[in-house]
Design a protein around this ligand. Structure first.
Ligand SMILES: [Fe+2]
Ligand SMILES: [Fe+2]
Length: 479
């Protein structure tokens, strides 16, 4: 843990212990009273206060119960006489339910807190079911959106996590992004994945992305992460970018967090079948021969066996298989593998088909120059109804704007700027928030202009960043 996080932990005063004691009181009372009883109002109010203090300082409230210890944001809470009984009670309660703890990034309201603990106390998982998954469903059914339950963890898994205590949103998104690339690389470069892979890490990273994608941060867009392109690590980089874009798009479509996480995971593994394609075909500099194409086109089918090995016949595994199998099938079934289904392709496959193409087109490869993002969008629009679901294409363009975050543009006044964030209203589809590349301009302090508010300036055209030697992600992630 670095010095900054240690100081934060020290500065918690007693809010951590207080939160535990309030949770304990609420749980005890819920054993004899219904959650709508007046008796809860003061304790819940106190809980909200101590929790909000920690959330304000650390950006996350993540609590894990392990034997008689409690870990808050991965730091063990030092007990005192009063908190000891509370810890003991709560640890037993959570372990009996088969749940490790819970976390949230946005402060739940008192109703949500009460309902969460009420459901927890009533809950008992049927023999042979996955306690965590069934409880997650129950929470969703009860409209509990902000609190997420965590799996039972061992002490080794609770290593201090600097990312969690990082308040800076941009840095945190960047670290999660890089950690996901590293995770994929480590997991897939050894042959261990063939005998099954521990999905918990992947789930945790994707869940964190889902949470981060839901924050509305001024002049910053979560999907800007997908503007980061790494030529050497294409497979991993592409998979994570498709995951980022799918989550951002799913968010704009209004999917709930649970479905966003499923979509993100399916997107992350959409190309896993490529692991079975010989490297000399996969990385061939130049056009593939017809035979090589035939092999390449089998990657959706290869994925089925790999994913079954990883998951067996689980429901979440099934979504990944569907997306991996269908992502090149095309909306009109003209793609591959050649299968005609009675129903439409799965929603997740239709989403991934669009964002997969978008990322592939905007990335430079040995055999292809990168298209500018607006040109890639135009290409995708031209294939609507044939390759892509036309309704989703429209929704995609309006959610990321005609000039998506990370696009380098020339403005009508001649200056160069990088798009930071699109504006949500349809009439502003061509008027995003931009940052001037040369910010000595006096137009605004940081060189940031919201074109929706400044009608005297327009975007003239997009520019290839290679030609002018500019790296757009630098402008997205640095102040
Ligand atoms: Fe693919
Ligand atoms: Fe792909």
């Amino acid at each position: 843990m670095n010095r900054e996080s240690i100081n934060k932990v020290k500065n918690r005063l007693n809010f951590d212990k207080q939160a535990v004691i309030h949770i304990y009181r609420i749980c005890k009372l819920l054993m004899t009273h219904e959650p709508d009883n007046e008796i809860f109002s003061k304790t819940v109010h106190n809980l909200l206060y101590s929790v909000s203090k920690i959330l304000e300082q650390e950006g996350v409230f993540s609590i894990l119960f392990l034997k008689n210890d409690i870990y808050l944001n991965k730091a063990r809470i030092v007990q005192n006489i009063t908190s000891f009984a509370a810890s003991d009670f709560l640890s037993k309660l959570f372990s009996k339910k088969g749940i490790g703890g819970f976390e949230f990034y946005v402060l739940p309201d008192s109703r949500e807190f009460l309902l969460f603990f009420h459901n927890l106390i009533k809950y008992s998982a049927a023999e042979g079911t996955d306690a965590l998954n069934v409880f997650e469903d129950l929470l969703e059914l009860n409209g509990i959106k902000n609190i997420r339950v965590l799996p039972v963890q061992t002490l080794e898994q609770i290593t201090p996590d600097e990312v969690q205590v990082l308040r800076d949103y941009k840095k945190r998104t960047l670290i999660i992004y890089q950690s996901t690339i590293r995770f994929l690389k480590d997991a897939l470069s050894s042959k261990d994945y063939l005998s099954g892979m521990d999905m918990r890490n992947a789930k945790r990273l994707v869940n964190q992305m889902v949470d981060l994608s839901g924050h509305n941060i001024e002049n910053f867009s979560f999907l800007g992460l997908s503007a980061i392109k790494n030529f050497d690590e294409y497979t991993y980089n592409h998979s994570v970018n498709v995951c980022v874009l799918a989550i951002a798009f799913g968010n704009a479509l209004g999917l709930n967090k649970r479905r966003l996480a499923e979509l993100g995971l399916a997107a992350l593994f959409h190309d896993i079948g490529k692991l079975t394609i010989p490297k000399k075909i996969l990385n061939k500099p130049g056009q593939l021969t017809n035979e090589e194409w035939d092999i390449m086109r089998q990657h959706p089918l290869f994925a089925i066996r790999l994913l079954f090995n990883m998951h067996g016949y689980s429901e979440s595994g099934l979504k990944k298989i569907i997306v991996a199998l269908q992502h090149h099938m095309n909306y009109d079934f003209s793609g591959y593998p050649r299968l005609i289904l009675e129903k439409k392709l799965h929603l997740f496959s239709r989403i991934v088909a669009i964002v997969d193409t978008f990322d592939a087109m905007t990335t430079e490869r040995v055999y292809q120059k990168a298209l500018r993002p607006d040109d890639a969008l135009r290409r995708i629009i031209s294939f609507a109804s044939k390759r892509y679901d036309p309704v989703l294409v429209k929704a995609f363009v309006s959610s990321i704007g005609l000039y998506p975050p990370g696009t380098l543009v020339e403005l009508s006044n001649g200056s160069l700027a990088v798009v930071l964030k699109s504006n949500p209203q349809y009439e502003n589809i061509e008027r995003p928030v931009v940052k001037l590349v040369n910010s000595s301009s006096a137009q605004s302090k940081e060189g940031i202009i919201n074109l929706a508010e400044m009608h005297s300036v327009q975007i003239r055209k997009s520019i290839d960043p290679e030609e002018v030697g500019i790296n757009p992600p630098f402008y997205l992630f640095n102040e």
